[in-house]
Write a protein that binds this ligand. Structure first.
Ligand SMILES: Cc1cc2nc3c(=O)[nH]c(=O)nc-3n(C[C@H](O)[C@H](O)[C@H](O)COP(=O)(O)OP(=O)(O)OC[C@H]3O[C@@H](n4cnc5c(N)ncnc54)[C@H](O)[C@@H]3O)c2cc1C
Length: 364
């Protein structure tokens, strides 16, 4: 996304850019969803979009009309193909598949070491996530959004493909924050994901058993599993950007670009990549790129609560997505609300929990 935005800006034609990835990115390794108003930059590869999403728990079901937003889905492979087609038109951008083992900043230049060779350059943008640095500290909790999804196909029409299930908490929580996420792409096809926001991953069969039980609950008994997807996305307010230096910038999840409270990264990365491409046109010192906002602190409070009381996720997200101004919540999660609007959102949340988390955090 960063190199794509640099190319789109037309301002880096004089630079030699090397993109290093151990993986050629030729497989459909993930499905991205994000909400967006009207037309978007990647609309040509959006494979499905929904104008309505469902939020559910044991007590209520809320079908949320998203207007002016749509919830859009992009297949990873379509994104890689689009980006690499575009990059292949630029003579100054090269893509090499090598495993990076080290990189460093020296006085006047940087070096990158792969298993094959060494490179020197003036700037490094690193997206290799090192979660160990976050796990080695205890100031900021580190949770994960971890999930397994099944792509299923049925004979009969069983899905309402005009509505995606954003969060369905009407499943056993087992002391955690656990929900189902369903993306129906047609009446007979859907991606059904069992998702947790918690510290520890589960044994693989537990995710599979939960999906199976959920499909049974929906009376979907006759289906084929045509694919699977797994993921573990870091949810933490750990300040990855503290490791940025004059000439090395950590980007993507490795740079803290994942929204800590939700795991959503795609849209945030698009925004950051655009502002980085603009920043680089006039500034040189990469330590100046990161700006901490008040949303970082809100996310931290939520994670403090989920870390100490992982079972409270259902109550917190239910209070946010109960009937009311739900698109305000989407704007809040996109970090595009005013401070007064933030207060409206925060007011919907369980107050004692957040007051306690605030107090504990201030005393830390
Ligand atoms: C299955 C899945 C589904 C997701 N769905 C969503 C979603 O719906 N919405 C959303 O907003 N976010 C989603 N995310 C989260 C997030 O958007 C993605 O993880 C996103 O790809 C993060 O971008 P990134 O650049 O930080 O990391 P990546 O896209 O993982 O890129 C890092 C790259 O570094 C390469 N690499 C790693 N180590 C080395 C090495 N030593 N040498 C060379 N190359 C190396 C990898 O091959 C990889 O290509 C999802 C994540 C996963 C895994």
């Amino acid at each position: 996304m960063v190199v794509y935005e640099m190319l789109q800006s037309g301002r880096f034609d004089e630079k030699e850019i090397l993109l290093l990835d151990k993986d050629p990115k030729r497989s459909n390794d993930r499905t991205w969803c994000f909400w967006e108003k009207s037309r978007g930059e990647f609309d040509t590869i959006v494979s499905k979009s929904w104008k309505q999403v469902l939020f559910a728990n044991d007590n209520f079901k809320n079908a949320i009309g998203l207007s002016p937003y749509e919830y859009k889905m992009i297949r990873g492979l379509d994104f890689y193909n689009l980006v690499f087609d575009k990059l292949s038109t630029a003579k100054n951008i090269h893509f090499t598949n090598e495993n990076v083992v080290d990189f460093a900043e020296h006085k006047t230049y940087c070096t990158v070491k792969t298993t094959v060779q060494d490179f020197s350059c003036s700037k490094i943008f690193n997206s290799i996530l090192n979660l160990d640095v976050a796990l080695a500290q205890d100031k900021y909790p580190v949770l994960r959004q971890h999930f397994t999804g099944w792509f299923i196909k049925t004979e009969q029409s069983v899905f309402n493909d005009r509505q995606a299930t954003f969060m369905d908490f009407s499943i056993r929580q087992h002391g955690n924050t656990r929900f189902m996420y369903v993306l129906p792409t047609s009446p007979t096809e859907a991606l059904v994901e069992y998702t947790l926001f918690s510290k520890d991953l589960l044994p693989q069969e537990e995710y599979d058993t939960a999906i199976s039980a959920y499909l049974q609950k929906l009376s979907i008994l006759d289906f084929d599993i045509v694919g699977k997807e797994r993921g573990s996305i870091p949810m933490t307010s750990y300040k990855f950007w503290q490791k940025n230096s004059k000439n090395i910038l950590h980007i993507g999840s490795a740079g803290g670009w994942t929204k800590a409270s939700t795991g959503f990264t795609f849209k945030n990365t698009q925004k950051k990549a655009k502002s980085l491409a603009a920043f680089l046109q006039t500034r040189d010192d990469l330590r100046k790129f990161h700006k901490t906002s008040r949303f970082w602190f809100y996310d931290l409070l939520l994670l403090d609560i989920l870390d100490a009381h992982n079972e409270k996720g259902c109550a917190i997200f239910s209070s946010l997505f109960a009937k009311g101004d739900e698109t305000l919540i989407l704007r809040f999660l996109e970090e595009e609300t005013s401070f007064t609007e933030d207060l409206k959102v925060i007011w919907k949340c369980p107050k004692r929990l957040f007051a306690r988390a605030l107090l504990d955090r201030l005393l830390k």
